[in-house]
Design a protein around this ligand. Structure first.
Ligand code: HEM
Length: 367
């Protein structure tokens, strides 16, 4: 069947492709960080709820996680909007096509988001009312989030396969396709899942650091518990990453194995820094966090390069017409900077306000 790619938007790109691509990578890093904390945190909440009745550490951790998760969910969604706008503007020809092929599962994301959100709110505000039901509710939220992530990976991988689109559409126009036949689907999905537990493990370690003075025993346990998740999930991620690399088409894989020097450097420096982060975890949670941030950023750039490479024969964004709308762009950039400064300030105040500084001063994370 011939490869058919829908025509480009005649309005053109609202800013040069390189600028939109850089912002799409930057904002996706932020989205994925929040998403990692949300997915890993919700699964950990469910696991800790199971053990809360016989163990003070798990009881307090589940309480603290349940308080943080609804905000993390709001951040994940809000931080997803910017990269969504960029992917639509840059790769709309591919992204709308894959979204139409999987229309119903794609639309189901809204429903799944509502289910996950309600579950997290119930766990935060109605723990007594839920009683023993809190654990199943947390699992339902975790499952909904895992399915959402799976649907995102379906769309992100299907949009890279223009040769499949026509035959899928000819097979059925019902909008019920998923990208099952793609050998990258599962490793790609797990490549997003494993870091969720690693990043959440780091988050728990940092929570331990914050409670060091107020609750030294709890803090020590939190650091050990978080480190276990961080190190374990990062090691799993190394295996999953290799699986993902070898599931990619030959030409793309070669690019990361010496075929293209910058791409090879991006991938392997990322892996090397992750090994450094595992080593740093026993010394300092902050050091490990800074190193893992470098790894995640490099991996998102590598992910972007895979997309460019796979779409280039069918869709070259650098050849799209540009019709700059600088006024809009300046408003976006200014709001982005203001938003990031406000969030940074809020996190700073949260840490500085000292809910963790003295016993009984747990006012922001009221027990
Ligand atoms: C709250 C639950 C969510 C989860 C668990 C989640 C998970 C994910 C995952 C796993 C990916 C990577 C897909 C891949 O490249 O294989 C991803 C990418 C992405 N997500 Fe989310 N996401 C969530 C919500 C959202 C929402 C609500 C939005 C939009 C408002 C959004 C926007 C995006 C965008 C734009 C991408 C990148 C797509 C691309 O560049 O190909 N996400 N998300």
């Amino acid at each position: 069947m011939p490869v058919v790619v829908p025509g480009a938007d005649p309005a053109g790109l609202p800013a040069p492709a390189w600028l939109l691509q850089s912002l799409s990578v930057f904002t996706l890093i932020l989205h994925l960080l929040a998403m990692n904390l949300l997915v890993g945190g919700t699964a950990l909440l469910a696991l800790n709820l199971r053990r809360r009745s016989d163990n003070e550490f798990h009881y307090l951790l589940s309480k603290r996680l349940s308080k943080a998760l609804p905000t993390t969910m709001a951040m994940t969604i809000t931080l997803g909007i910017a990269p969504l706008l960029f992917v639509q503007a840059l790769y709309g020809q591919a992204f709308y096509t894959s979204s139409a092929l999987m229309a119903w599962p794609w639309l189901a994301i809204i429903l799944l988001l509502l289910v996950a959100y309600y579950g997290l709110y119930l766990a935060q505000f109605r723990p007594d009312w839920l009683g023993a039901g809190a654990e199943p509710v947390a699992w339902v939220s975790a499952l909904a989030l895992l399915v959402i992530g799976f649907l995102f990976t379906n769309n992100a991988s299907l949009m890279l396969l223009p040769p499949k689109w026509s035959s899928m559409y000819a097979q059925s126009a019902a909008g019920l396709h998923l990208n099952w036949s793609d050998s990258t689907l599962l490793p790609r999905y797990l490549h997003f899942l494993a870091p969720s537990f690693a990043v959440t493990g780091l988050g728990v370690m940092l929570l331990g650091v914050a409670y060091r003075r107020a609750e030294p025993d709890w803090a020590e346990q939190a650091q050990k518990y978080g480190a276990k998740w961080f190190v374990g999930a990062t090691l799993v991620q190394m295996a999953v990453g290799l699986w993902f690399l070898f599931s990619l088409p030959d030409s793309v894989r070669q690019m990361f194995l010496g075929g293209s020097l910058p791409d090879t450097a991006i991938l392997w420096i990322g892996v090397f820094v992750a090994v450094g982060a595992v080593g740093a975890a026993s010394r300092s949670a902050w050091q490990a966090a800074a190193l893992i941030l470098v790894t995640i950023s490099l991996m998102v750039v590598a992910r972007h390069r895979v997309r460019e490479w796979m779409l280039r024969p069918h869709l070259d964004v650098s050849a799209l017409p540009v019709n700059p709308q600088w006024g809009m762009f300046v408003i976006f950039a200014a709001l982005l900077v203001i938003g990031l400064v406000v969030v940074g300030w809020m996190v700073w105040q949260f840490v500085r306000a000292g809910p963790f500084a003295a016993p009984g001063g747990d006012d922001l994370l009221t027990e």
